[in-house]
Design a protein around this ligand. Structure first.
Ligand SMILES: Cc1cc2nc3c(=O)[nH]c(=O)nc-3n(C[C@H](O)[C@H](O)[C@H](O)COP(=O)(O)O)c2cc1C
Length: 328
């Protein structure tokens, strides 16, 4: 399947693995890229630019195919040294960057001067248009269903994607709620040039996270995520657990006066404990509604092949069959 996204990134299938904190290590990015998709290393999981350069080198040892690096621009008090992270990326020879969080305008000149293709992940049409205006090559349109930060507009992809298609000139992929062949066909029908998956890629053989995390996703249903931190305007979709229930109790008690300090115990330092140690109840960690569509832990190759061949079947048999009056 050839789309504007496969052409832009030089990949075989229009499937991207979104950057994920403590999940997007070299093993996963290489496995996705080797399977013909676009794997992405999560830049800030590496605590320094030097460590990121090492992680990129590890990934280059595992794949000769294109992969990218995610740079998330956080509303942090002490900003990470982004220019140095960008230098590490560029000097390592990586030519694809997924930006997310705040608008990457301040770093576009450095990225473009080095010939980097930028795909910005955002949750609204207005932010996607801004990304187009500042020179991003593509956007990843992240709907309300997504794991992680869906923004504050709460627009699901059934509306957000055709709205993006109506307004954008640069290509975009559908992100959030994407999990299988049906997602890919639907994304293409709604005007996207491919799809970006987060949660689904955690439950794969190569994702270098504790098996408890993968099993928690297999066990969870589409009703098991919760939205937290709305009062902070930093809404996050997470998998429910006891700590998340406690956090939501605190949110109800504090109302609009909630401060990040009130929920530190439930959100700080959680990722290594969940992803590495396997304590899935350690606190709040991002998870999408696609948990309800995850029933197994395949290899990335099997997952991507299943999606691509399933999409072809849906298009050729079910959809074409409907046009030709055949029961599908
Ligand atoms: C555990 C987890 C961690 C994530 N960490 C990041 C991150 O550090 N930076 C980022 O831009 N997106 C992050 N995301 C969002 C994903 O890249 C992707 O946009 C999202 O998962 C898509 O929705 P889906 O989970 O329904 O596929 C994370 C998602 C998950 C599930």
């Amino acid at each position: 399947m050839k789309t504007a996204i496969t052409e832009l990134f030089g990949i075989e299938h229009p499937i991207i693995q979104g950057g994920m904190h403590y999940v997007g290590f070299a093993e996963l990015a290489a496995a996705v890229s080797n399977a013909g998709g676009l794997g992405i290393i999560t830049g800030l999981t590496q605590k320094t630019p030097e460590l990121l350069a090492k992680e990129i080198a590890r990934c280059q040892d595992m794949t000769g195919r294109p992969f990218g690096v995610n740079l998330t621009f956080l509303p942090a008090f002490t900003a990470p040294p982004y220019p140095e992270y960008i230098r590490a990326i560029v000097e390592s020879g990586v030519r694809i960057v997924e930006t997310a969080g705040r608008n990457p305008e301040a770093y576009m000149a450095a990225l473009k001067a080095a010939g980097v293709k930028v795909i910005h992940k955002c949750t609204s049409v207005r932010h996607a248009l801004k990304a187009e205006q500042i020179g991003c090559d593509a956007v990843s349109v992240d709907g309300f269903e997504c794991g992680g930060h869906p923004g504050e507009d709460d627009i699901p992809n059934m509306i957000l994607l055709p709205r993006a298609a109506d307004e954008l000139r640069i290509p975009f992929v559908a992100s959030g709620g994407m999990a299988d062949a049906r997602s890919l066909v639907a994304a293409l029908a709604l005007g996207a040039e491919g799809m970006n998956m987060g949660t689904r890629f955690i439950a794969t053989k190569e994702a270098p996270v504790h098996d408890n995390v993968k099993q928690a996703l297999v066990a969870a249903s589409e009703r098991d995520t919760r939205l937290i931190m709305r009062a902070l305007r930093n809404t996050e979709r997470v998998l429910n657990n006891r700590k998340v229930e406690r956090l939501m109790e605190i949110e109800r008690e504090k109302g609009d006066s909630l401060r990040i300090d009130d929920i530190m115990e439930q959100v700080a330092g959680v990722y290594p404990r969940v992803m590495i140690e396997g304590d899935v109840n350690a606190g709040a960690w991002s998870c999408g509604m696609t948990a309800g569509l995850i029933h197994d832990v395949p290899s990335c190759k099997d997952l991507i092949e299943r999606i691509v061949s399933g999409a072809e079947r849906i298009i050729r048999q079910r959809l074409t069959g409907l046009l030709e009056g055949r029961a599908a």
